[in-house]
Design a protein around this ligand. Structure first.
Ligand code: V55
Ligand code: FE
Length: 479
């Protein structure tokens, strides 16, 4: 019997239909001119279900096996490779040749044959630290991937020093200290309010471990780190064990609980965490955060509600399209008093904020993000990519083109010591008409001019989530 993904799911409609292609393509066709100084690999991870899910109900678009893709640029040429992350879950289902796991983050409906195995999908973020190319998703510990082959090396728990059950898909890398700063939410298991906080030094050794409990159990998707402070945003996308047992959504939007910002000095401990309560707010992603005198500036893509309807138990009551749209917003936090004020920076619906990561955790000027330009046709996803100048407040947009949507962009510096924002912006695009994908390169010296090169794939990728750039010199094979 053949397989099918045609079950009328929005999650599989159009460009979101699973691709599942593990491919090697040498010397991709390039239109335009690739810069000779663009040497290294762009990695990105995303959910791409290998097997049709067996459970009923609305399928979250982020439920699927992690597919890592790599565009390897060398001297004006690009090689492509894609490979599934060989999680325990992927391997067990691959062997059985069918889905064995139940609904999103729900262990109660798994096939008895996989009880107690690692449910992690490793489908959200590719990031490199201390020689490890990470495949991360917030539902489990991270997985180490061999950078040149995309072979899965396995779960990396820092030689047993990370005992949290989970690791965030949004670790922060401090360019000054070389540290990776991260946490796990639901650290003692699904729906637990426990947060485990860790710092790994530049060699990948754990130097700090702190455990504490949030005021309630929720999705903690991203966080903020500055030179002096850590902020854990506990926003009311609330998890519930009883609902999971009954087969309901792990999360619901409960704005009446308000929001708590967990504020911890960077060199502090669990005992120092203070919870500042305020009205409910929501963001998925942080562009950057930094100390500005006595306050913290935290730039986020804020939405009035948690935007995914499938994480609302009764979307008709608590969800609407307008409130689900993100807007680039600056939060100003006084970490000593817990006071918060906010200022919307962009009118456009915007998400997937990024920066020149050499300036992560510090003052910065240049931001990059996806925007929906209402003057252009609507697409599944975002129809434009933008550069936001924090000094002038100016947004420069590049439209994807008719029927085309963007994935999260990736900034690449022109050279190691190039000024902030001087380099290239890469972004994968998906064509809903031809059902093909490509990748564009923008030279940030003239952002508005649009792509200087388009790298064409001979097939479509299922839209992915977050990626990273690794310079050619750092692509050492791990033995
Ligand atoms: C997000 C993505 C996820 C997930 C939870 O973008 C939240 C938000 C790709 O997986 O599991
Ligand atoms: Fe994310």
């Amino acid at each position: 019997m053949g397989t099918t993904f045609d079950r009328g799911e929005q999650a599989f409609a159009g460009i979101n239909y699973p691709s599942r292609a593990e491919a090697v393509v040498h010397d991709l066709v390039v239109e335009g001119q690739l810069p000779a100084d663009l040497n290294g690999a762009y990695y990105r991870l995303g959910p791409d279900p290998a097997h049709p899910p067996t459970y009923q109900g609305v399928l979250p678009i982020m439920d699927g096996d992690g597919m890592m893709v790599m565009f390897h640029f060398r001297e004006g040429q690009v090689d492509f490779r894609s490979r599934y992350v060989q999680t325990e879950r992927y391997q067990l289902e691959h062997t059985a040749n069918r889905a064995l796991y139940g609904p999103y983050r729900n262990p109660f409906f798994d096939d008895p044959s996989v009880q107690g195995t690692d449910r992690g999908e490793a489908n959200t973020t590719a990031r490199m630290h201390a020689g490890i190319l990470w495949a991360l998703k917030e539902d489990a510990l991270g997985i180490s991937i061999e950078p040149l082959t995309l072979r899965t090396l396995g779960v990396h728990d820092f030689d047993g020093h990370v005992t949290s059950k989970t690791m965030t898909a949004h670790p922060k890398l401090d360019p000054r200290t070389g540290e990776m700063i991260f946490y796990g939410a639901a650290a003692k298991g699904e729906t637990t309010p426990d947060i485990a906080f860790y710092i790994a030094d530049r060699d990948g050794k754990i130097t700090t471990q702190e455990w504490f409990q949030a005021p309630y159990a929720s999705m903690v998707h991203d966080f903020a780190v500055t030179e002096k402070w850590i902020i854990f945003p506990v926003m009311p996308c609330v998890s519930n064990l009883e609902r999971l047992r009954q087969g309901g959504s792990i999360y619901d939007w409960e704005p009446e609980r308000g929001m708590y910002l967990g504020i911890m000095p960077r060199d502090g401990s669990a005992a120092d965490v203070r919870w500042a309560h305020s009205d409910a707010r929501w963001f998925y992603h942080v562009m950057n955060a930094y100390d500005d005198g006595d306050v913290i500036r935290l730039d986020v893509a804020e939405a009035a509600i948690q935007p995914f309807p499938w994480f609302h138990v009764d979307p008709a009551k608590t969800w609407n399209q307008r409130d689900a749209e993100g807007h680039l917003t600056r939060w100003t936090i006084n970490p000593r008093t817990g006071s918060l004020s906010t200022q919307q920076l962009l009118d456009y619906s915007s998400e997937f904020p990024r920066l020149d990561e050499r300036f992560e955790l510090g003052t910065y000027r240049h931001g990059y993000l996806l925007v929906n330009d209402p003057a252009k046709p609507e697409v599944t996803g975002y129809n434009s990519v933008g550069h936001y100048d924090h000094h002038t407040g100016a947004l420069t947009k590049v439209w994807a083109g008719e029927h085309i949507s963007f994935e999260e962009p990736q900034f690449v510096p022109r050279s190691a010591d190039a000024p902030e924002g001087d380099g290239y912006l890469l972004a994968i695009r998906h064509h809903a008409d031809t059902m093909l994908s490509d990748l564009i390169v923008i030279d940030t010296a003239d952002f508005a001019a649009g792509p200087i090169a388009v790298v064409a794939l001979p097939f479509r990728l299922r839209p992915g989530t977050h990626g990273t750039w690794v310079d050619e010199g750092d692509l050492v094979p791990k033995t």
